[in-house]
Design a binder for this molecule. Structure first.
Ligand code: GDP
Length: 248
């Protein structure tokens, strides 16, 4: 449950972790002391800020199953959500250059947990449980009521939810339901396409347009869509930059 050692020891069983990653693992544990901010510099500055943020230590804080057990409100938080199997664990691992940071993929019926990681003492990454295994919007509502909705609606330091969509498949009803819940909770969310290596460039461009259109249709959505691949490293630097922009 909330046992860090047990959590850290979980095998990921993730494909991408088994392949040689084009980006070497970030030196987690190499503590970052300075706190450069984005100073209105160009994209290169933003990418560098992202690189620096993720070069810092990433530390498991706790896994919670009840609203009372949430860590005290502190650092800015960014939560990662998506359908089970969307590639969330792989993305979290690839972003942080860690192999066992994120949980094993959500299994049906698996206990709902929110898992908190402190990144460089500047940003809390929150791994939300995968939803919609059964692909029914109702299952998202069931999964996300209670703890999840309370967290989303009541967390003042929650800066953004990264909502992951598989670039290779169509947007499911459960994804649409998740977006509606985020709208209702008035939490800014950003669409992130995963597994972009699995589609040809033209199809990916079409998918990005579709996602942008979706984003425009939701009041709580951030307009920018990021395409990523945990396999090839595509988009990771851009996503790190977006996260650095939200960090303390
Ligand atoms: P989660 O359930 O959302 O945490 O998903 P996982 O990270 O466990 O990934 C689900 C499946 O998708 C696994 O078989 C992964 O190997 C695969 N996968 C994850 N990321 C990528 C990616 O970037 N590209 C490809 N081709 N497969 C991926």
């Amino acid at each position: 449950m909330g046992d860090p050692a047990a959590h850290a020891a979980e095998p990921t069983g993730l494909g991408p972790d088994d392949v040689t990653h084009p980006h070497p693992p970030s030196p987690c544990g190499f503590g970052l002391r300075s706190r450069p901010k984005l100073g209105g510099g160009g994209p290169a500055t933003a990418l560098e800020a992202g690189r620096i943020l993720f070069a810092g230590e990433c530390r498991f804080v706790r896994a919670v199953q009840s609203i009372e057990a949430l860590p005290p409100v502190g650092l800015a938080e960014v939560a990662f959500a998506g359908r089970s199997n969307v590639g969330k664990s792989s993305l979290l691992n690839a972003l942080t250059g860690r192999h066992a940071l994120a949980r094993v993929s959500g299994m049906p019926g698996r206990t709902q947990q929110l898992v908190f990681f402190d990144l460089s003492g500047r940003l809390m990454l929150v791994d939300l449980p995968g939803y919609g295994y059964a692909q029914a919007p109702k299952s998202v509502q069931a999964d996300w009521q209670g703890l999840m909705f309370d967290y989303l609606r009541g967390r003042p330091n929650l800066r953004r939810v990264m909502l992951l969509l598989d670039a290779r498949v169509e947007v499911k009803a459960s994804d649409a339901a998740a977006m509606e819940i985020l709208d209702r909770a008035a939490v800014t969310f950003q669409l992130v396409l995963t597994k972009a290596d699995g589609v040809p460039p033209t199809a990916l461009a079409a998918k990005e347009r579709e996602a942008s259109k979706l984003a425009r249709a939701h009041s709580a959505a951030h307009p920018e869509v990021v395409s990523t691949s945990s396999m090839t490293g595509l988009g990771l630097a851009e996503l790190r930059a977006a996260l650095a922009d939200l960090a303390e």
